[in-house]
Design a protein around this ligand. Sequence first.
Ligand code: 13P
Length: 253
Amino acid sequence: MRTPIVAGNWKMNKTVEEARSLVLEMSRNLRDIKGVEIVLCPPFPALLAVSAMLQGTDIGLGAQNLHWEEKGAFTGEVSPGMVAEFCQYVIIGHSERRAYFGETDEKVNRKVHAALSHGLTPIVCVGETENEYESGRTGEVVRRQISLGLANIDPAKAAGLVVAYEPVWAIGTGKASSGENANAVLADHIRPALAGLFGAETAQAIRIQYGGSVTAANADEFFSQPEIDGALVGGASLKLDEFTGIVKAAAKP
Ligand code: 13P
């Protein structure tokens, strides 16, 4: 049995002060919900404040990115060791980073290695664009992203990875995939690609989230699918009631 994991990707939203007031309410709402792993991923400047607020709760903290180098002349970047000072998780290879910041599968792979070597749980994002979806290339795209992004990972560490399947056409559009469609991509392509890298048993242990326009209203549709182990939530993770509703839906037995 895989424990579901729901992570809120705040993207470039919330100042430290705004983050504090949201987390104050969220930690009250979420701290007693069992049976689901909960992760908040605020922007870098809010990590210190939020990590202090989450002390003593089971709610995890994640960064939205990292660099693979330990330190040095990389202006504007944040190293894995700096992330690991506050966080247990890190989102890697989000489609916005791939589309706007030149993140290739090779860079994703370096980041995953760096995260694992610092004891961080990578949440590795994959997903096809609208054009790739419409031309029937979803399977090919996500298989490539998995096999290159997760190349040469120690199989002994692979079970701790989290993969997020986020079709780009569903992100921020209000046009979520159907639960059935997302489940089929996981069953037919993502888990088999993981099995090809790490073996069937490890592939069964890896949690795979769905992301893309998840709301409290449609969460059940995803969580009732056998392959979907939680969600990576964007817009709805900034709203107290929405995020609480999604977490509760994932926690249902
Ligand atoms: P939305 O939930 O806003 O569609 O964003 C999904 C996402 O990109 C999470 O990483």
